[in-house]
Design a protein around this ligand. Sequence first.
Ligand code: NAD
Ligand code: LMR
Length: 347
Amino acid sequence: MKQGMEHKGRVYLKPSTQPPPLRVAVTGAAGQICYSLLKRIAAGEMFGKETPVILQLLEIPNEKVQKALAGVAMELEDCAFPLLEEVHCTSQPEEAFKDAEWCLLVGSKPRGPGMERADLLKDNGHIFVTQGRAIDAVAAENCRIVVVGNPCNTNCMIAAAQARRLPPERFTAMVRLDQNRAASQLAKKACVPVDVIEQLAIFGNHSPSQFPDFSNATIFGIPVPEVIEDVAWLEETFIETVRKRGADIIAARGVSSALSAANAIIDHVKSLCTPGKTIHSMAVRSSGEYGFGEGLWAGMPVRTTAPGTYEIVTNFHHDAFAKSKLLITQEELESEREMVKDFISLN
Ligand code: NAD
Ligand code: LMR
């Protein structure tokens, strides 16, 4: 089919009138999250059905892993996605991040049964030093970075600390999986569809110390505590279920969440690309909001103001119970910062 022709109602545009492809770098591309993620990016579920993409896939320089990555690339090709212009596989961060407008940092070690995410800091922290530097050196001027690899808040802080060119607010970490988990639990308890739950924020760390804030959330615009009057369920069962969901999935599957994690990455980026009144949760750099130490990356409610740009929503009210929960997660983030202070001061 020649460019510019019409076929079955679809116009095949001349190259000059096509939107330029978006370069999306994804790390850990041969891993289990990416196996659920890449096909959805290529199908237009992240950046829309009009935006062609080039996938720049990074994996470790290990023969077996690179071979597996080549297999993933073959499968993507075999899907014949109209929006997928190119797949580039590499073990070199500078190649993977070159001119990338989005860098999705998934690649890192997941925890196993009995571990906490913070146990991964020693293994994973250095990855974000190398990658933060490479992104700052070669990524596109308007680049946005999303950190998924655990412990994602602190890894994001490490990556951002390496940057001199890109401002820290471009670096966000993912607590959207916690938000989605919390929304599902509330919807199930209240017997309502999940999409009538709004203003649901995850505060703090993507860890068992997080505070899934039911008190500011609404169901059909009504505060959750007025709809779900079971205070013990909200303050204990709900919070614990959300906090421990990652561990429960590891206990059940033997490996950590992947399908739901990939879905949350899609939601995180889509929300960040879609300006509007809707509040969503991301871990972003604190300037002292809600008592989080300045320079920590903490889950907070945000509103997207322009594609890729957001403001922190600062008017959530917290009672004594909520404040006591916030304190626990503030302290944990501070202790993680202390553990990685050498990585942060490297630059
Ligand atoms: P996985 O082990 O299946 O895949 C990880 C991949 O990353 C592997 O293929 C590995 O070779 C690759 N990798 C390791 N170091 C790398 C580097 N320096 N550069 C590029 N690639 C590298 O793990 P997974 O299940 O896909 O999980 C990936 C990470 O995401 C883990 O740290 C996990 O804990 C985290 N995670 C976060 C959330 C969240 O909500 N924030 C949710 C689920 C999983
Ligand atoms: C999750 O929340 O499912 C992930 O962070 C994986 C984990 O280690 O729990």
